[in-house]
Each structure stands twice: as structure tokens, then as C-alpha cells.
Design a protein around this ligand. Structure first.
Ligand code: ADP
Length: 245
């Protein structure tokens, strides 16, 4: 599958204050995600990871700060104008459409010509190892296979980056390990910028080029898995990375 050149994401002093909460859900976060990088937001529940991802995706408006892709401010664009693929914990496939038709959907919405849709859907299903399952409905697929359809659908229109929020969270241990390897392989093959949200240290340490550790709406430390493991800059980072699930 061909992809466009990789794209970098810059998060500049971004905050989010939800009405009724006495402290910001996200508090002055700045981060640079390099083109083609596998970046993970790691932290405990409630630390602001999903809210930050949702602001990048355009589902949650920023209270302050800005988000740029390739130097252009996208903070005020509608989600579909940002050209980002998004996958959540729950697969959100259309239940009445086959795997192939689910993957074709974003291309039809973008009025891609039919023969090109067929090629791209075939390539995307091959990328996630589901070539033989194109005609199955979601309910005829396992949880792991459904999530792979969701991944294929998210990358089929060659977005500028793939954003994943706990994509392995609903799966049992064995499927989770399998899909984790698939995601690592997709990243190698596509060379696309990947942003991954998890509370699971092992997932973060095995998948990521760099990890941003979130705590109380702030980023405590950003670094490679080795850097964080060997030189944690705060007690929180040391303790959180040392815990196992
Ligand atoms: P994480 O992804 O790390 O679990 P979240 O970004 O989901 O954390 O949440 C950060 C904080 O913001 C939490 O205190 C959460 O309860 C709060 N929050 C998230 N979404 C909303 C919302 N729509 N309205 C009010 N508070 C929210």
C-alpha cells in the first residue's frame, strides 16, 4: 500500500477545561511528533490522554493552545478536514456492511472512482491479513478481526496520521498480543505517523519510538522506551513504568 510522505504533528501549549471540573483535564501540553514516528501517550486513567487525542482529531475543541500538522494550524478545522485516521477501543463498524464495504466507506464518501476503491480496499485488507474475510459481516468476525477491519478502514484513504485510542483494550490477552504485532508491522510497512493511547506500560514499551507519560493532565516526561526506563525524570514516571498490569 502506498502512502503519502509522512507528516509531523506539533502540539503547542494545549489545555482543556471542561465546565464543572475544578482543574484542567489537559494542562498546557506541548509535544512534537516527528513524521513517521510511533508516539504513545501512556498514563493512568483520567490523566488526559484521550482528551488530548480527541483535540488532535477535532472531536473536542481546545480551551487554549494550538495544534499544527506540517506547520499549518488545524485547531479550528472540522474533524473530516484534518485528514487523520482514528480507531477507538470499540470498533464502531457498520453492522450491516461486509468487511470490504466497511473499508470502502471512507473512499465512497470522498468520491474515489470505483476501480480504485476496489484496489485500495483489497490492499488495505491484505495489509491487516484479512483478504479471505472480505465478504464477512462484522458479527461473523472475532473481536480482533473486527478491530483489524477498523484499522484497515482508518488507513485506506491514506490519512496524514493514524490515531488509536486503546485499540487493544477490548480484546483478551492472546488477541491483544497478536494485534499488537500487526500494528507494529503496519507501522513498518506504511511509514505513517502513528499516535497510540494506552495505560499499559508493556504495550507502550514494546511498540513506541517515543512515549509521552501523562499524569494529572500534564506530560511528565517524553522519551524513548530506554530513556524512560533507565532515566525516569520523576518518581511518578519511575513508579508507573515499574508497575505491571
Ligand atoms: P484518560 O484518557 O487518560 O483516561 P481523559 O482524557 O479521558 O483521561 O480524562 C481526563 C479528565 O477529563 C478526567 O478527569 C475526565 O473525567 C475528564 N473528562 C473527560 N472528558 C470529559 C467530558 N466530556 N466532560 C467532563 N469531563 C471530562
Amino acid at each position: 500500500m502506498n502512502t503519502n510522505a509522512s507528516h509531523g504533528i506539533r502540539i503547542n501549549g494545549v489545555s482543556k477545561v471542561f465546565a464543572g471540573l475544578h482543574r484542567p483535564a489537559v494542562d498546557d501540553v506541548s509535544l512534537d511528533i516527528a513524521p513517521g514516528e510511533f508516539m504513545t501517550f501512556l498514563g493512568p486513567s483520567g490523566s488526559g490522554k484521550t482528551t488530548t487525542l480527541s483535540m488532535i482529531a477535532g472531536f473536542v475543541p481546545l480551551t487554549s493552545g494550538s495544534i499544527c500538522i506540517d506547520g499549518k494550524d488545524i485547531s479550528r478545522l472540522k474533524p473530516h478536514k484534518r485528514d487523520l485516521g482514528v480507531v477507538f477501543q470499540q470498533y464502531a463498524l457498520f453492522p450491516h456492511l461486509t468487511a470490504a464495504k466497511n473499508v470502502a466507506f471512507p473512499l465512497q464518501q470522498r468520491s474515489v472512482p470505483k476501480p480504485e476503491i476496489e484496489t485500495r480496499v483489497r490492499d488495505a485488507l491484505e495489509l491487516v491479513g484479512l483478504s479471505d474475510f472480505a465478504d464477512r459481516l462484522p458479527r461473523q468476525l472475532s473481536g480482533g478481526q473486527q478491530q483489524r477491519v477498523a484499522l484497515a478502514r482508518a488507513v485506506v484513504y491514506q490519512p496524514r496520521a493514524l490515531l488509536m485510542d486503546e485499540p487493544l483494550g477490548a480484546l483478551d490477552r492472546k488477541l491483544r498480543d497478536q494485534l499488537r504485532r500487526e500494528i507494529a508491522r503496519m507501522h513498518r510497512e506504511l511509514g505513517m505517523t502513528f499516535l497510540f493511547v494506552t495505560h499499559d506500560q508493556e504495550e507502550a514499551l514494546t511498540l513506541s519510538d517515543r512515549i509521552a507519560v501523562f499524569n494529572n493532565g500534564r506530560v511528565e516526561q517524553v522519551g524513548t522506551p530506554d530513556e524512560l526506563y533507565e532515566r525516569p525524570s520523576t518518581l511518578f514516571v519511575a513508579q508507573f513504568l515499574g508497575e505491571s498490569n
